[in-house]
Design a protein around this ligand. Structure first.
Ligand code: CMC
Length: 391
């Protein structure tokens, strides 16, 4: 009964108003609070973009310094939370650990649980943005059996994350500025993307008034899947499997074959029917990182040739399938030294900014209601219960 619009996968349903992110998928445009992603990625910093997303305007120098300082004051994890890691199997996927540890933050911060209070929401948001690098780096350290490295607040947000991930207590760690800048840029490119699956999940979880840390844990769970944040891991695995350019036609043929479930990972997007502007920045960043680290990786050549072949293939042209943000990000992350299992954890770290900004926007909207989609029922009509001995 009732009159609903049937829209599986929400391809044509707007679920909210938002002033955060604008996408024109046909033109390949992405703006945060009006600023083009290319300009932000080129000239801004992740801390600046985080401030912009949370507060609506770019910060003055003083505002940025204060914000950066505030975030740095929240980078440590409660020692008891550090113990929590030991309950996970050593070979646990970092995203499994992230879901659990971020959800567990809700058991630690009882001083900011009044979500109707903007100050409480602000503290929770800062804690989430600040602690995510520590949580992700600790997940990595745990998996390789190295001691956790504590945050170093004399470093930048991204420099500190690199040190917590790759530093060891026995040796001094020097942050490579090109790597730091490249990773910061990757964080900017992943900061928000309007009502994608994980952000919608955070909003839906938050719409019931749930604890913000639990809501972000829900977003992390959703992001994990290979059709969403897990695509960067899947894309690099695919490029490695292809291995050499001569194998590309075989994989393109598989992607086009309706009877083969294989898809080109890092290709296609629900909204972009043109080049993903984030992929353009990524491709350029690969070259910068390779040059700075004096490394090369045959998968980059495979990626470039795969892109060229796909973009000239009628199947991909007709379906408007272009490389997305994840096509090149894995190549960079791998060159920096991250194992593939960490890729989605890095995406979660960066997307936390979008999640908390969207959550704040939703909670402060006076017209906000609990999210409650309807359905088209396809089960049996009413029938009488039959006792088990009569079945
Ligand atoms: N390779 C081959 N064919 C594809 C691909 C691909 N990567 N993507 C879509 N298609 C085809 C698909 O088979 C379908 O064909 P048909 O109309 O004949 O059935 C058509 O294009 C439309 O695809 P869809 O699955 O209905 O489109 P969607 O909007 O539901 O899916 C997507 C979008 C991103 C899930 C999909 O393109 C995909 O699975 N891509 C690979 C995974 C990936 O790279 N995901 C990262 C997305 S960007 C980062 C993020 O959001 O987390």
């Amino acid at each position: 009964t009732g009159c609903f619009t049937y829209d599986p996968g929400f391809t044509s349903t707007a679920s909210c108003d938002s002033a955060l992110t604008y996408i024109d998928g046909d033109e390949g445009v992405l703006l945060h609070r009006g600023y083009p992603i290319g300009e932000l990625a080129e000239d801004s910093s992740f801390m600046e973009v985080s401030y912009l997303m949370l507060n609506g305007e770019l910060p003055s120098k003083d505002e940025l310094d204060t914000f950066t300082y505030t975030i740095s004051r929240h980078t440590m994890l409660h020692e008891q939370l550090m113990q929590f890691y030991r309950g996970f199997r050593r070979d646990a996927h970092p995203m499994a650990i992230m879901c659990g540890v971020v959800g567990a933050l809700s058991a630690f911060y009882h001083d900011s649980t009044d979500i109707a209070d903007p100050e409480h929401r602000r503290i929770s948001s800062h804690r989430l943005i600040a602690k995510m690098p520590t949580i992700a780096a600790a997940a990595y350290k745990y998996s390789v059996g190295q001691p956790f490295v504590y945050p170093d607040n004399s470093l930048s947000y991204t420099g500190n994350f690199l040190k917590m991930t790759f530093g060891v207590p026995a040796e001094p760690y020097e942050v490579n500025p090109v790597v730091e800048r490249a990773l910061d840029r990757i964080f900017i490119l992943h900061a928000d993307h309007e009502q994608n699956a994980s952000t919608s999940t955070v909003r839906l979880a938050g719409s019931s008034g749930a604890n913000p840390f639990a809501c972000i844990a829900a977003g992390i769970a959703c992001l994990w899947g290979p059709a969403h944040g897990g695509a960067n891991e899947a894309a690099l695995n695919m490029l490695r499997e292809i291995g050499t350019p001569d194998k590309i036609p075989h994989y393109i043929a598989r992607a086009k074959d309706k009877n083969d479930p294989f898809r080109l990972m890092g290709f296609g997007h629900r909204v972009y029917k043109n080049y993903d502007p984030r992929a353009t920045v990524m491709q350029k960043t690969v070259r910068e990182v390779f040059e700075a680290l004096k490394v090369s990786d045959p998968v980059f050549e495979v990626a470039l040739q795969l892109e060229e072949m796909a973009l000239n293939d009628p199947y991909f042209i007709e379906k408007k399938l272009f490389p997305n943000v994840d096509f090149y990000s894995g190549v960079i992350l791998s060159a920096i030294g991250f194992p593939t299992t960490m890729f989605t954890a890095l995406f979660a770290l960066a997307r936390t900014v979008g999640w908390v900004a969207q959550w704040n926007e939703m909670i402060s909207d006076p017209g906000q209601k609990i999210g409650r989609p309807r359905q088209l029922y396809t089960g049996p009509t009413q029938r009488p219960y039959v006792p088990v001995d009569k079945r």
